[in-house]
Design a protein around this ligand. Structure first.
Ligand code: HEC
Ligand code: HEC
Length: 219
């Protein structure tokens, strides 16, 4: 990681110039996490991709220098193209080495990841349940509300688990016509809806299971 001192100095001069104009906002840890595409493959907090492991707690077990090395040269920890087990899940090792990120940005990024667990704790941060995230991702939220968030095209699902069984909820998602006749009005909890819920036939078995169990948990 030897770098030409003049380039480093030049970089600092630019960072200082830029950040003094933008009140340091552009260099915050989370912005770097997005800027350098980490977020495409990793969750930190509640958003991000799942190609690589969730990094929300990696700071608890890995040192700052370990995290920096992972960013520059993942090959020093994992063998590319093989499978690695990380926190009980199997990943194909394919993280690119980010050799072109300036040292100071790597420092910031690694420090942010390292202290993220305590940041989360201080903010009393709770990750929303996976089912809730899928509920948004699969666009159920475009028609349904839970706890005041979402739309009113379909019924409010905030207490659906009180009256409906898990298997009832599952069949409603993959094949609503088992319960309701498409295109005609139906009265549900005292309100009338036009029956238009689409069939989610292509949903994977595990997604279906996660969403249905989440809805069943809403009492
Ligand atoms: C193309 C997807 C991808 C991108 C982009 C990516 N990673 Fe990774 N990352 C992975 C994968 C897959 C692993 C598992 C081991 C490996 O591939 O080296 C991993 C592993 C890690 C680990 C170790 C996690 C652990 O619990 O042991 C850290 C830390 C990490 N990445 C940080 C970052 C940071 C910071 C960035 C952005 C600069 C980033 N990653 C960008 C895919 C990615
Ligand atoms: C285009 C709007 C729309 C979308 C998208 C939609 N729904 Fe529905 N949903 C409805 C409507 C309207 C009803 C009323 C009955 C029907 O249409 O089958 C309903 C009924 C339900 C019910 C039964 C409610 C009750 O009280 O009986 C559940 C459970 C449900 N939807 C879950 C979901 C889930 C989970 C998703 C996402 C995977 C989803 N819905 C996506 C419109 C939608």
């Amino acid at each position: 990681m030897k770098r030409n001192i003049f380039i480093t100095a030049f970089y600092f001069a630019i960072v200082f110039f830029v950040s003094s104009n933008f009140a340091f906002a552009s260099a915050s840890g989370h912005n770097l996490f997005k800027k350098y595409y980490c977020i495409d493959c990793h969750i930190l907090g509640h958003e991000g991709g799942t190609v690589g492991p969730d990094l929300s707690n990696v700071g608890k077990t890995k040192s700052l220098s370990w995290i920096k090395a992972q960013i520059f040269h993942p090959g020093s920890h994992f063998t590319r193209g093989t499978k690695a087990e990380i926190n009980g899940k199997i990943y194909l090792v394919r993280m690119p080495g980010f050799k072109t990120i300036p040292d100071s940005a790597v420092d910031r990024l690694a420090e942010y990841i390292k202290k993220f667990p305590s940041l989360m704790k201080n903010l009393n941060y709770k990750r929303p349940p996976e089912g809730m995230r899928l509920f948004e991702k699969d666009n159920c939220i475009a028609c349904h509300r839970i706890d005041g968030i979402g739309a009113k095209v379909g019924p409010d699902l905030s207490h659906i688990g009180k009256t409906k069984s898990l298997s009832w909820i599952e069949s409603q998602i993959v094949d609503p016509k088992v319960h309701f006749t498409y295109g005609v009005p139906a009265t549900i909890n005292g309100r009338t809806y036009l029956v238009i819920m689409p069939e989610f036939k292509n949903i994977s078995a595990s997604q279906l299971d996660t969403i249905a169990k989440y809805l069943k948990s809403l009492k």
